[in-house]
Design a protein around this ligand. Structure first.
Ligand SMILES: [Zn+2]
Ligand SMILES: [Zn+2]
Ligand SMILES: [Zn+2]
Length: 325
């Protein structure tokens, strides 16, 4: 009888302990979930080359139908950076699709925020990368001192030339300097570092960015001449980061009617792939192509080109794709 009593007592005690532990465990799991959902992230707001898709005047199969039935996922290159903990977000590039992209970023962020980003970082003065700033002006949103970050020449270009100079004079934007390889803190969790890259620099220098979060660092190089013209090795730089969003403007020579590919001022996707031919799939999987020309078969998920690069480990940066930092 005594033994039975102590067995019952033991069982009751164990059950009580389990019941006490469950909520603690549940809270821990739930807590982790909440924390991880507050991790900073990048979001791809567009992956198309400056002139978009459909491309003005294009009569080819790539654009023909898109003039009649536009594809809402075809947006010009832009990246959103979100820090949910600090309730802040930034954009890299102000593309011609800026109006819808800044709205999309606000919707995705899903926290209370003004209608403009906490900062806009610019790579260079080609139309697809800065012309969206016009939507911050008097004829449009008429924003109040939105911080724009640019290197010296780009900053000078905006201040000295209309209509951009008006944005500056009317304080729709305020322009801040960023410097080559100087780390800039966006928040206590994220930094962004600009670096110079070779490109046809008529009005400004051209920069790429390295974005670093608590767990990952990501390279963003939407426009660059051939990799060989850069004073760094792409291979070495890729090894230092977790992911790289790189210039994939043209896929191969066929796309540019077999013009001499060495004369086209972009690294062809097939040329970039070639650089990695003796590398492991794991390294290749760090590369995502972005800034795709309207003719690029990588814009089509089902094309042979897309299948081919995917098999090797490479991929395409997709509209609305989220990458945790
Ligand atoms: Zn471009
Ligand atoms: Zn086209
Ligand atoms: Zn460019």
């Amino acid at each position: 009888m005594k033994i039975l009593k102590s067995i019952i007592q033991f069982c009751l005690l164990t059950i009580t302990k389990i019941l006490l532990i469950i909520p603690i465990l549940f809270n821990t799991i739930l807590g982790q979930e909440i924390t991880s959902s507050k991790a900073p992230y990048l979001v791809i707001l567009g992956n198309v080359q400056d002139a978009g898709s459909p491309h003005m005047g294009c009569e080819k199969a790539c654009c023909k139908e898109l003039f009649k039935t536009p594809d809402p996922s075809r947006k010009v290159v832009s990246i959103g950076i979100v820090d949910p903990n600090n309730k802040k977000y930034w954009m890299i590039e102000a593309s011609p699709d800026f109006s819808t992209q800044s709205r999309l970023l606000k919707d995705i962020s899903n926290f209370e925020h003004s209608k403009t980003p906490d900062g806009i970082f610019l790579t260079h003065a080609h139309i697809g990368h800065y012309s969206g700033l016009m939507y911050l002006g008097k004829e449009s949103f008429n924003s109040d001192n939105v911080p724009v970050y640019a290197m010296t020449r780009m900053k000078g270009f905006l201040i000295q030339n209309g209509p951009w100079s008006q944005l500056f004079k009317l304080e729709n934007i305020k322009i801040n300097n960023i410097d080559h390889e100087k780390i800039f803190s966006l928040s206590n969790k994220i930094t962004i570092t600009p670096f110079l890259v070779p490109h046809r620099d008529e009005f400004s220098e051209t920069v790429g960015f390295k974005i670093k979060g608590p767990n990952k660092s990501i390279l963003f190089i939407p426009d660059i001449d051939k990799w060989g013209k850069w004073n760094k090795s792409l291979l070495t730089e890729i090894k230092k980061v977790d992911l790289a969003l790189v210039d994939g403007t043209f896929y191969d020579a066929e796309e540019v009617n077999h013009r001499d590919i060495s004369e086209i001022p972009h690294p062809f996707v097939v040329e970039t792939i070639e650089l990695f031919k003796s590398e492991k799939k794991k390294l290749k999987s760090k590369i995502k192509f972005i800034h795709l020309n309207h003719t690029n078969p990588l814009l089509n998920d089902n094309s042979n080109a897309t299948k081919k690069i995917n098999e090797q480990g490479f991929s395409v940066a997709h509209f609305k794709e989220i990458i945790t930092l």
